[in-house]
Ligand binder design. Structure first.
Ligand SMILES: [Zn+2]
Length: 371
């Protein structure tokens, strides 16, 4: 029911299609984050209008509120939020380690306290799959053991070995053909551990592979190098997903290293904070320089915000009006979606490096050479 077609490659970048029972996803793709069953600030039609083909839901948040059983009674995540295309759910691992008051990790489970009411929750690999099945997502993620960087070699190796054992348990528990399961490659910034983890997971039957454990405090150059090392050891015929990344620069640099899928809260979180992405770098719309500016954020952008002047958008933020965050979230998601469309077109025309260099220089960066 799931199949990835690798259509073309250009300068390390891949143009593909991931076929799912709820529709095709053209890659490279960016997935807007719908943490608790809503992409913050936008109606589902506004999300679709940005060109997004797949969205993300967070298992940890939905498990706590409204609860996966309640979501199931409301018809599942798709019916509940009104999104008819594919949905990917994470496993809850990252949020348990970053948001929950983590009590302990044993071989059996991660035990944590809810950041909402302090309730004790035991998250096993099997329970993570059970939650994701109740939510009814199209792509589920394995539960992995996430650690903060920097970490000692022993900590990284221990978390990696546990993540592989947990991936096996998730694979055994995930028994629904209509739900794909992606494994997550860990290994910190160590190329040998990344290779070892990727090779081991690639020998198991997953529908896709994620690069996890990045965007946790490393430099951009370290992130790009680690993503590049990891993708070299993943099967070419399966999609690769870089979790929780990133800036427009991160997307372009990692597409050049063979990544196909991304998700990040940046477009919406920054939109709520009056920051708009453009080809010349981010624009801070609260700044006084925009007070009487009649120009839109971008001339050729078809989003809801770019029907208005920068001066009006600045006024909305200064007046604390909710329309400001809505419009800028729409602009930023549209920017990310169009960036992916442009990247796909550049790969099809076999001129990805030229396209990437021009975008990066527009944002004020020199391209980082692929190792
Ligand atoms: Zn716009």
């Amino acid at each position: 029911m799931f199949h990835f077609d690798l259509l073309q490659q250009s300068d390390g970048a891949r143009r593909g299609v991931f076929h799912t029972p709820r529709g095709d996803v053209q890659t490279p793709t960016f997935m807007p984050v719908g943490t608790v069953g809503t992409v913050k600030g936008l109606t589902i039609d506004q999300v679709a209008a940005t060109g997004a083909e797949i969205i993300l839901g967070n298992t940890y948040h939905l498990r706590l509120r409204p609860g996966h059983e309640t979501v199931a009674k409301l018809g599942g995540l798709h019916a509940m939020c009104g999104w008819e295309g594919p949905i990917l759910t994470d496993s809850g691992g990252f949020q348990v380690f970053s948001l929950g008051a983590l009590n302990k990790v044993t071989e059996q489970a991660a035990t944590f306290r809810s950041h909402l009411d302090g309730a004790k929750i035991v998250l096993t690999p099997e329970h993570s799959i059970e939650i994701q099945q109740a939510l009814g997502s199209d792509i589920a993620m394995v539960l992995d053991h996430v650690i903060a960087l920097p970490a000692s070699a022993a900590e990284v190796e221990d978390a990696l070995a546990r993540s592989i054992r947990w991936a096996k348990r998730c694979r055994e528990a995930a028994d629904r053909p209509e739900q794909a399961l992606f494994a997550i490659v860990q290994g910190g910034l160590d190329p040998v551990l990344r290779q070892q983890c990727a090779t081991e997971l690639a020998s198991m039957p997953f529908e896709g592979y994620a690069v996890g454990g990045l965007s946790v405090g490393e430099t951009p150059e370290e992130m790009y190098a680690t993503a590049g090392v990891t993708t070299r050891h993943l099967p070419a015929e399966k999609p690769r997903y870089l979790m929780g990344v990133g800036t427009p620069r991160d997307l372009i640099e990692n597409i050049a290293r063979g990544i196909d899928m991304f998700d990040c809260v940046m477009p919406t979180r920054n939109g709520r904070n009056a920051l708009a992405f453009t080809d010349e770098g981010p624009l801070k719309l609260r700044n006084a320089v925009h007070r009487e500016d009649l120009r839109p954020i971008m001339d050729d952008c078809p989003c809801l915000a770019c029907r208005h002047s920068r001066g009006y958008l600045r006024h909305l933020f200064n007046a604390g009006e909710m329309l400001g965050p809505i419009l800028l979230s729409h602009h930023n998601l549209m920017y990310y979606s169009r960036l992916m469309q442009q990247a796909r077109a550049a790969i099809e025309q076999d001129r990805f490096a030229e396209f990437a260099n021009s975008k990066l220089r527009g944002w004020g960066y020199e391209p980082v050479p692929c190792g």
